[in-house]
Design a protein around this ligand. Structure first.
Ligand code: CIR
Length: 265
């Protein structure tokens, strides 16, 4: 079995813009503090680098308040990258901003282009054997079907699943920990979408801990969820806790802050 879904040579991040205070949020829990977010972001990048990966830091894009959440702009696969078409109108232009950076690293770049197709990277969980895509308020059936068509000749299998109601993205509630193992909230795993995988549940009341990333030998998780952290440590993972208080105000977590990949020229 390969380990394409958690071993990466590269990551792309984007510096938070001063306009982050205008970022999208489902519920207003306060204005994010830019300096604190920058400190958390620096810690996140240093932790990715600790694994030996190259991290490309793009400059802030003030025109796009949510542009620090680069994951939503593209899906990076072993054979090439697919530029997304975000369902949030204020974020549509972010995908075009990302495309040239991917083109510089990958030989094969494809784009979701249908006028009715919407899909954001936060709804996509790549495992060793398939790509799960959750329908959500940001990702629709046309977007998922287009992704499946675009990646079929790369040997990818796309499976449509559902993001729980009221949850921003599919991966808000789950993460891949290794080739067989998924960390999930019980409200998501109850749908049965993870049959065949080993499941670790986040602790009750710690649902916001579900969005972690396995990046090479480390698991990066948001700080402040000790019972879920202990479960991961007991399961044998090398866990690093990263401050996420400011991104959390904008419904962001560990996965949304990077595109993770191993480019194929
Ligand atoms: C948004 O609503 O689009 C941003 N405030 C948060 C995006 C988080 N993205 C992600 O989890 N992949």
């Amino acid at each position: 079995m390969s380990d394409r879904s958690y071993r990466f040579t590269h990551a792309i991040t984007r510096k938070p813009a001063a306009s982050i205070i205008a970022g999208l949020r489902a519920v207003d829990t306060g204005t994010p503090d830019l300096a604190t977010m920058q400190a958390h972001h620096a810690d996140y990048i240093a932790t990715l680098r600790e694994t030996g990966a190259t991290v490309i830091e793009l400059e802030a894009l003030d025109a796009y308040p949510d542009s620090v959440f680069v994951e939503d702009t593209a899906l990076c696969l072993p054979s090439g990258a697919v530029v997304m078409r975000p369902g949030a109108p204020s974020r549509l232009g972010e995908a075009a901003e990302m495309a040239p950076h991917l083109a510089a690293l990958y030989g094969d770049i494809r784009r979701i282009e249908g006028a009715d197709s919407f899909i954001e990277g936060g709804d996509i969980l790549m495992t060793e054997t398939e790509i799960l895509v959750g329908r959500s308020a940001r990702t629709n059936a046309a977007g998922i079907a287009e992704l499946a068509r675009l990646t079929a000749d790369w040997g990818e299998v796309v499976r449509e699943v559902h993001t729980p109601p009221g949850v921003l993205h599919f991966k808000t509630d789950c993460s891949l920990l290794d080739a067989e193992t998924i960390l999930s909230t019980t409200r998501l795993s109850a749908s049965g979408c993870f049959q065949g995988y080993r499941l670790i549940d986040v602790a009750e009341g710690e649902e916001a801990a579900a969005n972690t990333i396995r990046f090479n030998d480390l698991v990066l998780m948001p700080a402040g969820f000790p019972r879920t952290r202990d479960r991961l440590v007991q399961a044998g993972y090398d866990v690093r806790e990263i401050g996420n208080s400011e991104c959390a105000k904008l419904d962001g977590g560990m996965s949304c802050l990077s595109l993770r990949f191993t480019p194929k020229p």
